[in-house]
Design a protein around this ligand. Structure first.
Ligand code: GDP
Length: 450
């Protein structure tokens, strides 16, 4: 783990020409550095305009500097922010001067890692900083804010308190091994574990929504060749992205695009046409389509409503579809031919014309409704990430094992041991982690300067 006694510096904005660039400094020498560079003691939390003069006495830029006195700073230690003109050459000159004055280049995520190590935020909040930087939709933004404000930490702390209560009840008896846990205590312990299990299963079930928030809703467009899949993708994306051709089977591979639909971020994939008796290259395209189907959150199954009889889709595809995560899109409604019955009873059905745009808004609304249905708690959107899910699954296994042991009248010490391990797994979610390497790995996924 990098040392907290170093004073670190990094560019916090992207390299390139811009209106302004911001550099960050944090660590014990920050205050004396600021005094040395600007010639006077820095005002706390007040923006000062100053000349940045380097160690050789050359004027580098006219800057704005803000000094934050620890612990009231992002990192929890003395910190300085310097806004200079957004010229990468100027930013580099200032950075080189800061290094010459004794700062060390910050590692990826090191400012946030310090904030965590100095107790300014728990681990789930540190992760939320990254969620916030990468949020690409209203829902993702709202969820990141909630996580950043410590919602998951609060829930985990409440669970930890409850588990500690259960554990205390058991441990009171461990000192007297000859006495069995009295039946009323046994019942209390059992219901205590069960109710914690119920709550963590609920939390665990938010992980799919958490992935959708972070990576986007994975939507796959499926259908026979020439039904208008590429035209629909273009209509949804709002520009020509996919090749549209009157020749069947023009999209051999797949095209992926990212769009925002209402409050959601969506990864839209247009696949090769599904043909019940495909040729060589077409077969390959279809296999790819089926692969994409395996990790789809939502399928848009497109049909051509003008076809008098609906040709069959490959049976292997139909078995992979279920009504709740499929929207049937009956396209080419402009041709005015009444559409045949739905190929998947129970699935939402939307009539469109990718050519005229009719029904595209309805399709967007249906996609939004489907995406929102992944939210387990409409007003309380905690969508846990893969790391949380892994720890929660671990804790769930331990609690379940403890419960089984309790029910089979195993020695109380064994039950307590499972519960203590579950407690440790809970702790890891918000950051009571002794594993330094794991922490370094986690923060290494951040960007430099954050
Ligand atoms: P894909 O093979 O399923 O991707 O289908 P395309 O998007 O390439 O479209 C195949 C043909 O159908 C093209 O000639 C499109 O212009 C036409 N087409 C697509 N959507 C519509 C529609 O809603 N109405 C009509 N009349 N033609 C359409």
């Amino acid at each position: 783990m990098p040392s907290l006694s170093d004073t670190i510096a990094a560019l916090a904005t992207p390299t390139g020409t811009s209106a302004i660039a911001v550099l960050r400094v944090s660590g014990p020498d920050t205050k004396s550095l600021a005094r040395e560079i600007f010639g006077k003691a820095p005002a706390v939390r007040l923006v000062s305009r100053a000349d940045y003069v380097d160690r050789s006495g050359n004027l580098v830029d006219d800057v704005l500097a803000t000094f934050f006195q620890g612990p009231r700073s992002y990192t929890g230690e003395d910190a300085l922010e310097i806004s200079c003109h957004g010229n990468p050459f100027i930013a580099q000159k200032i950075l080189e001067d800061l290094f010459a004055r004794g700062c060390r280049p910050a590692d990826a995520g090191e400012f946030t890692q310090r904030a965590f190590l100095n107790g300014r935020m728990d681990l789930s909040q540190a992760e939320a900083v990254m969620d916030l930087i990468h949020a690409r939709s209203e829902r993702a933004l709202a969820a990141a804010h909630q996580l950043l404000r410590g919602e998951l930490g609060r829930r985990m702390n409440a669970l930890v308190e409850r588990l500690l209560g259960v554990l205390a009840r058991i441990e009171a008896h461990i000192d007297f091994p000859e006495e069995d846990l009295p039946p009323e205590d046994r019942a209390q312990v059992e219901s205590g574990i069960s109710s914690i299990l119920f709550d963590i299963k609920n939390l665990e079930s938010t992980s799919q929504y958490g992935r959708i928030l972070r990576e986007g809703l994975h939507v796959v467009i499926l259908g026979r060749p020439n039904v208008g899949k590429s035209s629909l993708l273009n209509a949804l994306v709002g520009r020509d992205r996919a090749l549209v051709s009157p020749e069947p089977g023009t999209t051999r591979d797949f095209i992926e695009d990212h769009i925002v639909v209402g409050p959601h971020f969506i990864r839209l994939v247009d696949t090769a046409g599904l043909n019940p008796s495909p040729g060589g290259l077409e077969r390959l395209g279809m296999e790819k389509a089926l692969e994409r189907l395996a990790d789809a959150d939502l399928v848009l199954l497109v049909t051509d409503s003008s076809e008098p009889t609906r040709p069959a889709l490959p049976a292997e595809t139909m078995t992979l579809l279920d009504a709740t995560s499929t929207i049937i899109v009956q396209n080419k409604m402009d041709l005015g031919i009444p559409s045949p019955s739905s190929p998947l009873p129970g699935a939402t059905l939307i009539e469109t014309s990718a050519l005229t745009g009719t029904g595209i808004e309805d399709l967007r609304a249906a996609i939004i409704a489907k995406a929102d249905a992944f939210r387990h708690e409409p007003n309380n959107i905690v969508g846990i990430n893969a790391r949380h899910a892994h720890r929660i699954a671990n804790a769930r296994g331990l609690l379940q094992s403890g419960l089984t042991k309790l029910r089979s009248a195993a020695p109380t010490e064994l039950v307590a041991s499972d519960l203590r391990d579950a407690l440790a797994a809970f702790g890891e979610i918000i950051g009571r982690i002794d594993n330094e390497r794991m922490l370094d790995q986690l923060f290494a996924t951040f960007c430099i300067g954050k």
